[in-house]
Design a protein around this ligand. Structure first.
Ligand SMILES: NC(=O)c1ccc[n+]([C@@H]2O[C@H](COP(=O)([O-])OP(=O)(O)OC[C@H]3O[C@@H](n4cnc5c(N)ncnc54)[C@H](O)[C@@H]3O)[C@@H](O)[C@H]2O)c1
Length: 433
C-alpha cells in the first residue's frame, strides 16, 4: 500500500516527536480519527503521564487522553529506534531563544538526528516547530538526504506550522485551517491528505519557506499590534483617556480595525519569541526589521510600567512598595491556561520582591511558582487574604476569579487586564492600566 492509501484508509502509523502543548494536542487529535499514534518523548515523567492517561496540558482533558490511550491508538515511548516503524513523523519540539536571544534550534537538530537514523523509503516527515525561514530546506533537508534517500522521491518532507491557541475551545486543530509547504509538490500533496483528516481546510503553499514565513508573519502581526495597544495605553494615560473604552468603541467598526489589548507584557512560548527568529534571519540577509524591534521594546518595557503604576497607586495612598503586601492575581501568560513560560508575572514578582514588597499570589492553574531562587505557593482567595493585602495586582484575568468580590474586599486593585470592567467602584479602589 502506498502512503497515500494508508492515509486514506487511516492505517498509517504516525509518530509525534515531542509531546508538549502542540505534540500532545495533535497526537490525541490524530488518534481520535483512528490513526495509530506513537509519541516520542525525552521526558520520562511525560511518557508515564501519557501512558496512564494523566494530562499535563490544560487543553487536553484527562478523559480524552485516557480514551486515546485505552483504545490503543496512542502510546508514548523514548525508544527512538521505533521511528523506523512510522509512516509519518511530525516534529513538535521546542524552539526557544538562546542566551544571546538568538534562535536555539538544538531540539530540532536532535529530533532530525533521531529521524535520520531511522529514515526509510516511503516516510513523510513534517516539521511543525516554529522556526526561522529556511530551516526545513537549509537544515532538515540536507541532514535527511545524507542517508542517500531523495526528498520528493524516496521520502517526503514539509513544513506545516501548528496554529493552536492554548485555552481557546473555539479554535482547535479541527477548526483552524492548516498551511502546508512541501519540498516538492508531491510532498505537499501527501501532507495535505494527512492534515485533511483532522483540519477543516488545508492550504498548500509553494515551499516550506513560505509556510515558515506564514507562521512568523502571524505571530509578528500579534506582537506588533499588542505593542501598538500597549503604546496606546500609555498614551491614553498621559491624555487622561480610558484605553479600554477607546479600543472597545473602535472595535465596533466593521472593517479595517481588529481589537488588540494592552497588558502587563507578552508571554508564552510563541509571541515574545517567534518574531526574534525572523529578525535574526533578516539581519543575516542584511535587512533591518524595524517594526519587530520596536514592538519588542514597547512590549518588553510593560512589566516595568506595571511596577511603576503600582508604586504610584500605593504612593497616592501614602504607602511605598517597600514593606507593602502585594497579592498578585494570575501568573500565567494568559487567561485559563497553566503555562508560565515567558510570563511577565515572573519579572514583575521578582522586581516587587527586590523592592522590598511581600508578594503572595493566587492562580487556580499554578500551585507553585519559581521566581529566581524562591518558590511561592498559590494562596486561597479568601476574604482575609484580600483584606490583608495593600494591593491586589491583576496580571492574568482567569475566568474563575470573582473580580467584583476582589474590588469589594481588597483596599486597592491595580488591574492590567480590564478584568474589573463593569464592576461598580464607588470608593475608587481600581487603578487600570
Ligand atoms: N504552545 C503553543 O501554543 C504553540 C502554538 C503553535 C506553535 N508552537 C510551536 O510548537 C513547538 C513546540 O511547542 P510546545 O509549546 O508544544 O513545546 P513544549 O515545550 O510544550 O513541548 C515540547 C516537548 O518536546 C520534548 N522534546 C524535546 N526534545 C525532544 C526530542 N529530541 N525528542 C522528543 N521530544 C523532545 C520536550 O520534552 C517537550 O515535552 C515550538 O516550536 C513552538 O513555538 C507552540
Amino acid at each position: 500500500m502506498t502512503l497515500r492509501e494508508r492515509i486514506a484508509s487511516v492505517t498509517a502509523n504516525v509518530g509525534v516527536l515531542g509531546l508538549g502543548y502542540v505534540g500532545l494536542t495533535e497526537a490525541v487529535a490524530l488518534a481520535s480519527v483512528g490513526f495509530r499514534v506513537t509519541g516520542f518523548e525525552v521526558d520520562r515523567a511525560r511518557i508515564d503521564a501519557v501512558q496512564s492517561g494523566r494530562s499535563y496540558i490544560t487543553d487536553v482533558p484527562d478523559e480524552e487522553l485516557l480514551w486515546a490511550v485505552r483504545s490503543w491508538n496512542l502510546t508514548a515511548t523514548s525508544e527512538f529506534e521505533r521511528l523506523r516503524d512510522m509512516d509519518i513523523v511530525l516534529i513538535c519540539v521546542p524552539t526557544p531563544l538562546g542566551k544571546t536571544r538568538a534562535p536555539d534550534i538544538s531540539y530540532i537538530l536532535a529530533a532530525v538526528d533521531a529521524i535520520q537514523a531511522a529514515l526509510r523509503p516511503g516516510q513523510l516527515v513534517v516539521l511543525e516547530s516554529t522556526t526561522y525561514p529556511g530551516t526545513t530546506t537549509e537544515v532538515v533537508l540536507p541532514a535527511l538526504e545524507r542517508t542517500g534517500l531523495r526528498a520528493g522521491e524516496e521520502f517526503h518532507l514539509c513544513f506545516s506550522p501548528e496554529r493552536l491557541n492554548p485555552g481557546d475551545r473555539q479554535h482547535t486543530v479541527f477548526t483552524v485551517p492548516r498551511v502546508v509547504g512541501g519540498v516538492t509538490t508531491a510532498c505537499t500533496e501527501v501532507a495535505t491528505a494527512l492534515f485533511a483528516r483532522i483540519a477543516s481546510e488545508v492550504i498548500g503553499v509553494s515551499s516550506p519557506q513560505t509556510a515558515e514565513m506564514v507562521k512568523l508573519l502571524e505571530n509578528t502581526f500579534r506582537a506588533v499590534n499588542v505593542g501598538l495597544a500597549n503604546e496606546m495605553a500609555l498614551l491614553c494615560r498621559a491624555l487622561g483617556a480610558d484605553v479600554w473604552e477607546v479600543i472597545d468603541a473602535a472595535a465596533t467598526k466593521p472593517f479595517g480595525f481588529m481589537p488588540f489589548y494592552p497588558g502587563p507584557g507578552l508571554g508564552g512560548h510563541c509571541i515574545p519569541v517567534d518574531p526574534l527568529y525572523l529578525s535574526w534571519k533578516a539581519r543575516i540577509k542584511g535587512f533591518e526589521p524595524r517594526f519587530i524591534d520596536l514592538a519588542h521594546q514597547v512590549n518588553g518595557a510593560m512589566p516595568r510600567v506595571v511596577v511603576s503604576l503600582l508604586a504610584e497607586a500605593l504612593n497616592e495612598r501614602g504607602r511605598s512598595v517597600n514593606g507593602s503586601r502585594i497579592l498578585v492575581l494570575g501568573v500565567t501568560y494568559k487567561r485559563d491556561v497553566n503555562d508560565v513560560r515567558e510570563s511577565p508575572a515572573l519579572e514583575i514578582v521578582a522586581d516587587l520582591v527586590r523592592r522590598g514588597a511581600t508578594v503572595l499570589y493566587h492562580d487556580p492553574y499554578v500551585p507553585a511558582l519559581s521566581v529566581g531562587a524562591r518558590t511561592l505557593e498559590s494562596v486561597a482567595l479568601e476574604d482575609a487574604v484580600l483584606q490583608d493585602a495593600d494591593c491586589a495586582l491583576i496580571l492574568t484575568d482567569h475566568s474563575a476569579v470573582d473580580y467584583k468580590r476582589v474590588v469589594e474586599t481588597a483596599p486597592l486593585v491595580v488591574d492590567t487586564r480590564n478584568a474589573t470592567a463593569g464592576v461598580v467602584d464607588p470608593d475608587r479602589r481600581i487603578v487600570r492600566l
